[in-house]
Ligand binder design. Structure first.
Ligand code: FES
Ligand SMILES: [Fe+2]
Length: 386
């Protein structure tokens, strides 16, 4: 479907909140939009691969998939962390299926057993003695850019991308402020789910605090357990942070925790969102945080990837367990039902696009982050459609 550029009020460059900008519904299922996003967004932005605790020892790896690409981030024998495509250079088999793990001393392709060093160079090829002149030393897994920032490892397919500190200034300080255990945290566990929706529907939901108080019971549990009237938000270019302190008199909270143990604003409910598809969520009273990616695998296929980490002493604690189960269960179930329904609504002829409600005070209910996401994405993707 072609982009007809009939945007509401042609408002992509306007800050008139009475006519907010929103992507047209076909941006949520059109294969041409998806292909353009793969190039414009996913081949040019910094994507979070994992927490530093997952890549500490030689052989540790994480795999990161998005659109039609799959990459590995690997801690080498020299303890340097590198990234490369997760595709064998023989005939194109995917090298590794697991989301995370540890290589012994090489990366072995399961098809014909080509072996690669942990730095991505080709090391061994069966039957090679019979092939004089085979350029084994010239073959390596194509690299991707990797940087560590805010205690996480990030990848960028664009080898000329500017450093992440310039692309996302201030993010590392915000992570350390709102996730105070991030530097000493250890990886706890992860899981993933695949949903028949567009990835942007999940992002719209992730940066939507309007629905916290007005939707289902798990969301009301969350908003009732914090000082929602003092909920704060800061937007910073390609990232934002929002947080609320636990309410000392909270009843019926999402899980059992001691609100008085809160360390001020650094230990509340915190959400850090990073364009295009990452959330880092601090769960009050747990010394635990979640990284959550909502990644496209097609115009109408999204994988939700959850990873939990936290202070070493919180690993296995009943409070952390209850919080993780609540995030994986009731809260995600509600959100996934909303986003699936919204995806169906986007495909109906009876819907012409979101109508964001943006108040003058840019309050905790205001949907200006949603509009900002739509504008940012539109400006990146539009040149790839022409
Ligand atoms: S495709 Fe990997 S060894 Fe053949
Ligand atoms: Fe939600």
């Amino acid at each position: 479907m072609a982009d007809d550029n009939s945007l509401k009020g042609d408002s992509v460059n306007s800050s008139d909140y009475s006519m907010p900008f929103a992507l047209e519904p076909h941006w949520y299922f059109d294969p041409a939009i998806y292909r353009a996003e793969a190039k414009a967004v996913y081949s040019n932005n910094w994507l979070c691969a994992g927490h530093q605790s997952e890549l500490q020892n030689p052989g540790d790896y994480v795999r990161l998939d998005f659109c039609d690409d799959t990459v590995l981030v690997v801690c080498g024998a020299d303890n340097e962390v590198r990234g490369f495509f997760n595709v064998c250079q023989h005939r194109g088999h995917i090298l590794v299926d697991d989301r995370r793990g540890q290589f012994k001393d090489k990366i072995l392709c399961p098809y014909h057993a080509w072996g690669y060093e942990l730095n991505g160079s080709l090391k061994s090829v069966p039957n090679l003695k019979q092939v004089p002149g085979f350029p084994i030393h010239e073959i390596r897994l194509p690299p991707v850019k990797v940087e560590k920032y805010g205690s996480f490892y990030w990848v960028n397919l664009n080898l000329d991308a500017k450093p992440i500190r310039e692309a996302l200034p201030g993010l590392d300080e915000a992570i350390r402020t709102h996730i105070p255990d991030v530097d000493r945290a250890v990886f706890f566990e992860g899981n993933s789910t695949s949903l028949p929706i567009n990835w942007k529907t999940q992002v719209d939901n992730a940066i939507d605090t309007y629905h916290f108080k007005f939707s289902g019971s798990a969301h009301r549990q969350l908003s009732n357990s914090m000082h929602f009237d003092q909920f704060e938000r800061e937007t910073h270019g390609k990232w934002l942070v929002e947080w609320g302190l636990p309410a000392p008199d909270a009843v019926g909270g999402p899980y059992d925790f001691d609100p008085s143990a809160s360390r001020g604003k650094v230990d509340g409910f915190s959400i850090i969102w990073v364009y295009p598809d990452l959330q880092i969520v601090g769960m009050a009273g747990t010394r635990t945080f979640m990284t959550y990616r909502t990644t496209p695998f097609g115009p109408e296929r999204t994988v939700l990837d959850y990873a939990y980490a936290g202070a070493p002493e919180a690993l296995g604690s009943p409070t952390a367990r209850a919080a993780i189960d609540w995030m994986n269960g009731p809260l995600s179930d509600e959100d996934n039902a909303y986003t699936h329904s919204v995806h169906l609504g986007h495909k109906s002829q009876g819907f012409s696009g979101s109508r964001f409600v943006i108040d003058e005070a840019l309050s905790r209910f205001s949907e200006h982050p949603g509009e900002a996401f739509h504008k940012m994405l539109y400006k990146e993707v539009k040149p790839y459609l022409e």
